[in-house]
Structures are given as C-alpha cells and as structure tokens.
Design a protein around this ligand. Sequence first.
Ligand code: DC
Length: 250
Amino acid sequence: MEQAGTDRVRGLVVAIDGPSGSGKSTVSRRVAAELGLAYLDTGAMYRAATWWCLRRGVALTDTGAVAAAVRDMPLVMVTDPAGPRVVCDGEDITDATRASALSAVVSQVATNLEVRAELCRLQRAEIEAEATGAPGSRSAGRGIVAEGRDITTVVAPDADVRILLIADERARLARRARELHGTADAATIEATRDEVVRRDADDSTVSRFMTAADGVTTVDTSAFGVEETFAAVLAVVRGASTRPAARGER
Ligand code: DC
C-alpha cells in the first residue's frame, strides 16, 4: 500500500476531463459507485456559481463583482455518486443548474480567472478531504472521482489516475441532443450545436481539454456506448493504480 506523509494510507484520486458530450459525467459516476468513491462534478460548481450570480443580480460581464460573489457563495456539493446534488444557500439547485438558459451563459463565469482560482481551491479541498478521510467525507477516505475540464492539468495534476475522454464531434453532438431532447435527428443536433461546439471553443480559451497532457491516458469513446466507456475507464483505473480502492477492496 502507498503511504502518504507519515503513516496514513491515502485514498484513490481519479481525475477525468474531456469536452462536452465525451461522456465524462456518466462514466465518472459509474466508476465512483463501483469503487465506493465520492464523485465530484466540477462543471456543476461553475454552473452553481453562475446561478448564484444571477440570483444576486450580479452582471456576468462585471468580472470583479462575479469573483467577489463567488468567494461568498455558500455552496455545498453532495458527492454521492448515486445522487449527486448541488445545494446553494440551503436550496437544492441541481435541476436549476442544468437549465439551457444557464448553459448558454456559464462560459462567461467559467472563463473568469478569479472564479477559476476560487473554485480550484474549493475543488482541491474537496479532493483532499476524500483522499484523507477528513471528518464528514463521503468515502471515509477511500477516495474520489473528480471530473471537469481542467482536473487532470490544473486542479489535480498529481491524481493517481488521470484520464482524458474524447469523442468525435458527431458523437458528442448526438449524445447531448439525446440527453436534452430525447432524440438525435438533424434538427435536435443543430439545436445542440451551441451548447457543445461554441461552449467548448469558449472554454478552451482558459483550459486545455482536447489533447492529453503528459501522464494522462486518452480514452476515445466515439464508438462506445455507456457500458463500453465504463469498462474502458475502469480498466485504466485498475491498471494504473495499486491502491486498494482501485482493486475494489473495501
Ligand atoms: O461540464 P459542464 O457542461 O457541466 O460544465 C459547465 C461549464 O463549466 C462549462 O462551460 C465548462 C466549465 N468548466 C470548466 O471551465 N472547468 C471545469 N473544471 C468544469 C467545467
């Protein structure tokens, strides 16, 4: 077993990034549930920050005001892979954060560098709490799967396992169209283009998630369904780490 610092065994930290529609949320939840780990959706934190600013009437173009509001944000991430929730100011905003109107503006907040610094700090604290079994941690120190655009490069470059999920644009558009509209025909794919292609182009100005950094394993899910993606990612996790949680040991 690997030791952290003096005598404590650290939990497993798995970091997964990739563009919209690469399947990272679904597979991250599945892997976390399979291995008894917590699950952190960092995109949901950017969405929560956007919701909070809109709720407080902060103009998203006022970068200083947005950053100040985010530093005050009373955010609680519920990291249960069986039912992840986002709670802000005591309100469950999970569904509200997925609304299309919010998706259309979230990049304005996600490209704010002061916001990124603050959310990165919160994300690292969450990861550390799960890796060390801090009081109140969901996994009791078994570890965490954290997913989002800059997780493998900026937030958790020292994660035990780092994976970049990619898929070609057609596959990503079709998946998101199915998710949002229940079907993937020409009209729904076109209606989804802004959410996938434009948003990734905007987001890629501040984080790199289309090509793998050194030490990051790429998994191409273009031809995969949910089960195949899950199997491929689980194989990488099991192969890349010697920690007990990676082998499914309790
Ligand atoms: O993955 P998602 O669609 O829920 O992400 C919401 C937004 O936040 C999207 O614009 C990308 C951005 N994001 C980011 O910049 N860094 C992350 N670690 C996660 C998400």
